[in-house]
Design a protein around this ligand. Sequence first.
Ligand SMILES: C[S@@+](CC[C@H](N)C(=O)[O-])C[C@H]1O[C@@H](n2cnc3c(N)ncnc32)[C@H](O)[C@@H]1O
Length: 173
Amino acid sequence: MAKVFGRAMQLALFQPDIPQNTGTLVRLGACLAVPVHIIGPAGFDASDRGFKRAGLDYLDKATIVRHVSWAAFDEWRRGAGGRLVLLTTTAIRVYTDFAFRPDDVILLGRETSGVPAYVHDAADARLVIPMAPGLRSINVALAGAMVLGEALRQTGSFPTVAEAMRASIEVSP
Ligand SMILES: C[S@@+](CC[C@H](N)C(=O)[O-])C[C@H]1O[C@@H](n2cnc3c(N)ncnc32)[C@H](O)[C@@H]1O
């Protein structure tokens, strides 16, 4: 939990409604040492028990923080101090042109409807992944992976090779 309240990159999912996408993002967070915040209400059982029942991989390696509502998440985020960086198809600023900081909170919208206006307005920055003309959106987990990868690359925040080797030695028999 130390990283969650420290100065580290975080992912946040606004009221996710497709468990497989959340599972993919939780696994991504575990692999890249990035905490994942789930802002409720989710459209499925997002408890540890629900995830275990759904056979979610890497649950024991992930840092998941659940917030019962937008208000609860917003209170946490203001206390933590990082910028809220919203990914949305309605933005005009391209994510590769944005200077990320190591403690940014990258927020992804709900699969069916993105985010409401009050969340859009609360963001410190709104970014888009440019797409071919006429197409609606990228899968939320893939959008998260693309932008988190760029943010970690820019800020030098990927887990280091030394950390990865230490972890693999720790799990070796
Ligand atoms: C399937 S999309 C939601 C589409 C929804 N109809 C909308 O209008 O936002 C789910 C989430 O993935 C992210 N996303 C998908 N494609 C994106 C893009 N091209 N640029 C930025 N974010 C994107 C956004 O966070 C979005 O809210």
